[in-house]
Design a protein around this ligand. Structure first.
Ligand SMILES: Nc1nc2c(c(=O)[nH]1)N[C@H]1C(S)=C(S)[C@@H](COP(=O)(O)O)O[C@H]1N2
Ligand SMILES: [Mo]
Length: 429
């Protein structure tokens, strides 16, 4: 640990790892004025005798509205939409602009989308949820029936198992954080515990799997073991406080905390208890991990421990030398995030980031660390560790486990290079 002086206010910068990483201590006591020299005099000294009154302060503004929308000046904060698929209509994705967001919650309009046959327009009064199979009494629930049950709210991330798959390709693509990692969002989901409904139907002898089907044109279905279903799975009816969006499964979706997004079946219409997985199309043709010897893992349910620096990140441009905040998100499908380490020298040295999480299991956790960029090349990385002791792997470690053809469940450390010109790029380090 070495110390240098901040010339303006004589605060010693406490370096905690190589290439300019500074102590978390500076997140608290950092005075912008004192740091002006380092951030390039971007903060203007105020002249209190010449306060100009802007136009919008001189007349009343717009009236209240029934449903809010973002500022016209923040129109670039958008999902990254994929191209429509001509052979598979409605099959596609849009990605969360992770690099433009802060905190741990994804606004509903920016939650990523993955549809296999588009978004159905469901009238909740016509929709029903059937629970059948190995139960003592099959039951049929209408939307309004479910609204009458006791509910719970939980903050959880949702991640597609195809997320970050771009980084399994041999050459690192020059892409943004959203383009590579944007099949990831986090919301507060509210709904009815599946165990409550299953207990009401009565679980019959021999039931060990729960299969779920959606009411979309794909009739997408998935199977999960009964013990997971009884542990923490619920039927989500609300998303960040309002009725769940059509894109997320209105009027109801299965929510399976921590597990690959595909099992959280949207537009949920059937739940069937059985003694074996159903072998639906989406659990055989997809989402299975290919191993180096050509075999495939049948199921990989929990999403691996993972983190990502969202700023600075791919395709950004550092415009000045000096103090920057490195920030990003970390998550794990097995436990809460315990620790995030950051490196600015491609993994040679690491420092603990400050965590700003909700502390909740299976939710996003924001991390931050101050960084002094002195104009030299850098490779920024983050490495997450969860409360179960899982450590995010390097790209090389990930590749030793799976076939080079495997595109799913990629959770390796992301490296962003910073050039002397301040350009930030996706690289394999
Ligand atoms: N019925 C149905 N459920 C579905 C899908 C679908 O196409 N149809 N897509 C799945 C996939 S692959 C993922 S990653 C998540 C995406 O959820 P989101 O669109 O709310 O982000 O929903 C899953 N549930
Ligand atoms: Mo997915």
């Amino acid at each position: 640990m070495s110390e240098i002086n901040n010339q303006n206010n004589k605060t010693p910068w406490e370096r905690v790892a190589g290439n300019g990483l500074l102590s978390r201590r500076h997140l608290l006591g950092l005075s912008l004025a004192g740091a002006t020299g380092l951030i390039g005099s971007r903060v203007l000294a105020a002249d209190a005798s010449r306060v100009e009154i802007p136009q919008w302060s001189k007349r009343p503004g717009r009236d209240p509205s029934a449903y809010g929308s973002p500022s016209g000046f923040a129109q670039d904060v958008r999902r990254l939409a994929g191209n429509p698929n001509a052979t598979l209509p409605g099959s596609g994705v849009s990605r969360t602009p992770l690099h433009l967001l802060q905190g741990n919650i994804t606004p509903n309009s920016l939650h990523f989308e993955r549809h296999h046959a588009g978004v159905p327009d469901i009238d909740p009064a016509q929709h029903q949820l059937l629970i059948h199979g190995l139960v003592r009494q099959p039951l049929r629930f209408r939307y309004e029936d479910l609204l009458a049950y006791p509910m719970q709210s939980r903050i959880h991330f949702l991640e597609c198992s195809g997320n970050s798959g771009a980084n399994t390709s041999p050459q690192a693509g020059d892409s943004s954080a959203a383009a590579i990692h944007g099949l990831l969002s986090c919301a507060e989901w509210t709904g009815v515990k599946l165990s409550t409904l299953l207990e009401e139907a009565g679980i019959a002898e021999g039931a060990s799997w729960v299969t779920s089907t959606g009411a979309d044109g794909a009739s997408m279905g998935r199977s999960i073991p009964l013990n997971k279903a009884l542990r923490d799975v619920f039927i989500a009816l609300y998303q960040n406080g309002e009725p769940i969006r059509p894109e997320q499964g209105y009027p109801m979706r299965l929510f399976v905390p921590g597990w690959e997004g595909n099992v959280s079946v949207k537009w949920l219409t059937q739940i069937k208890l059985s003694d074996a997985p159903a072998n639906f199309r989406d659990e055989t043709s997809r989402y299975t991990d290919l191993l180096p010897d050509g075999r495939a893992l049948q199921f990989t349910f929990p999403m691996g421990v993972k983190s990502l620096i969202t700023s600075p990140s791919g395709q950004m441009q550092l415009r000045r030398q000096g103090l920057h905040e490195i920030t990003g998100v970390a998550w794990s499908g097995s436990a809460a995030i315990r620790r995030v380490e950051v490196s600015a020298d491609g993994g040679r040295s690491w420092a603990d980031a400050h965590l700003e999480g909700t502390g909740q299991d299976l939710a996003l956790t924001r991390f931050r660390l101050p960084w002094l960029w002195e104009g030299g090349p850098a490779v920024l990385q983050s490495r997450a560790i969860d409360a179960a002791g899982n450590v995010q792997p390097t790209r090389q470690q990930f590749q030793e486990i799976y076939s080079p053809a495997n595109r799913f469940h990629y959770n390796a450390i992301q490296s962003w290079s910073v050039s002397e010109a301040g350009e930030v790029k996706n690289v394999y380090a």
